[in-house]
Design a protein around this ligand. Structure first.
Ligand code: NAD
Ligand code: TDX
Length: 339
């Protein structure tokens, strides 16, 4: 069994590679990653020398490179994690989001059709559904909720989802799609809420909370997401969409306060800054389909997961300090300097 994992040098893709090597040591895994600012080859150091692992630096939009790789590897399965993934960057500069997230997905699927790949799995997001009101805790996203994206990022992911379903219907490509809620855990790039707050707090820097911090996200420990994708690959029905989430809604401000408490830092570091444009109010996933069909349930509750995550960032300072000392500094100044 050979699996091509795109975007495997990023946060969730790398965790997925580690998970799959534990769960299926007999599988060959080939990681295709462009190594954008968000990709980090050092993350994959523990598997780089393994004979059943191969890393290929390449762009999913590069048709020739993708076809060459498929011809060499003849993959059974392709799991597409590769994407531009940060909402704030998509507001600043949408173009690359449309390029990678939509057209890159098309290039991969064309190769899957050409090489008769047995499964193309698209890693999507709950953001394709838009947002939910704060005062209606009874409302959750199901797989039947209409697509209603808010940001260029989520619009690009929703477009890709439509294209994936169209390739299934038109060309008979065996596809599955998963739409997961917010992930947290090791190796998340420090531009995202949780690692940004942990790294800033450790450096006694201001903790920039957008608006009043009342927006709600539904958090899932990254390994639970990886396990769900694995179950979908094994037993998911072709042509289907599966929502993934663990009923763990939290307000941003409560997460930031919790991080301060865990790190013994003063809440005086919290700074309220100008809100994100078009900021989605609330995400909340109804995971009953994946639970009923595949028996998936999250294993890590938030209290344990956030402590594990904070411990990881404390123990791997060199991993994130190298990132925040490089080109990321310019991004940070641009994004937060005048905010
Ligand atoms: P990330 O930004 O940490 O990693 C993305 C990876 O893709 C990087 O290694 C990057 O180098 C690579 N990449 C980007 N453009 C590429 C291209 N053109 N060709 C090849 N590789 C390219 O992202 P993440 O948080 O790990 O998210 C992975 C996937 O999961 C994305 O598709 C995202 O939409 C989805 N998702 C993320 C979350 C979350 O909370 N982070 C939740 C739900 C879904
Ligand atoms: O500095 C910040 N201050 C702040 O208040 C940052 C970076 C974020 N926030 C808020 C915005 C959101 O309400 O925290 C919340 C979470 O923000 P992000 O970490 O940027 O995640 P989000 O926008 O919710 O999107 C994430 O989950 C869905 C991922 O980045 C997406 O790739 C995924 O699809």
């Amino acid at each position: 069994m050979t699996i091509i994992v795109t975007g495997g040098a990023g946060f969730i893709g790398s965790n997925f590679i580690f998970y799959m090597r534990r769960a299926h040591p007999d599988h060959r895994i080939v990681c295709l990653d462009k190594l954008t600012y968000a990709g980090n080859l050092s993350t994959l150091a523990p598997v780089m020398e393994s004979p059943s692992f191969r890393f290929v630096k390449g762009d999913i939009c590069d048709r020739d490179a993708v076809e060459k790789l498929f011809a060499e590897e003849k993959p059974d399965t392709v799991v597409n994690f590769a994407a531009e993934s940060h909402v704030d960057r998509s507001i600043e500069d949408p173009g690359v989001f449309l390029q990678t997230n939509i057209l890159g997905t098309q290039v991969l699927m064309d190769a899957c059709v050409k090489f008769a790949v047995k499964r193309f799995h698209q890693v999507s997001t709950d953001e394709v559904y838009g947002d939910l009101p704060l005062d209606r805790p009874d409302l959750l996203f199901t797989e039947l909720t209409p697509l209603h994206a808010s940001s260029p990022y989520s619009a690009s992911k929703a477009s890709a989802d439509l294209l994936v379903l169209a390739y299934h219907r038109t060309y008979g490509l065996p596809v599955t799609i998963s739409r997961c809620s917010n992930n947290y855990g090791p190796y998340q790039f420090p531009e995202k809420l949780i690692p940004l707050m942990i790294s800033n707090a450790l450096n006694d820097k201001p903790l920039p909370v957008y608006g009043k911090g009342l927006n709600v996200r539904d958090w899932l420990y990254v390994e639970d997401h990886c396990k769900a994708v694995d179950l979908i690959l094994q037993n998911g029905r072709v042509g289907e969409v599966y929502n993934i989430g663990g009923h763990n809604e939290m307000r941003n401000i409560d997460i930031v306060r919790l991080i301060c408490k865990e790190l013994g830092k003063s809440e005086r570091l919290i700074t309220y800054v100008t809100d994100r444009k078009g900021h989605d109010l609330r995400y909340a996933i109804d995971p009953s389909k994946i639970h009923a069909e595949l028996g998936w349930l999250p294993e890590t509750d938030f209290e344990a997961g956030i402590v594990k995550t904070i411990q990881w960032y404390l123990a791997h300072r060199e991993w994130w300090e190298e990132i925040i000392s490089g080109e990321y500094r310019e991004y940070y100044a641009r994004m937060y300097g005048e905010r």
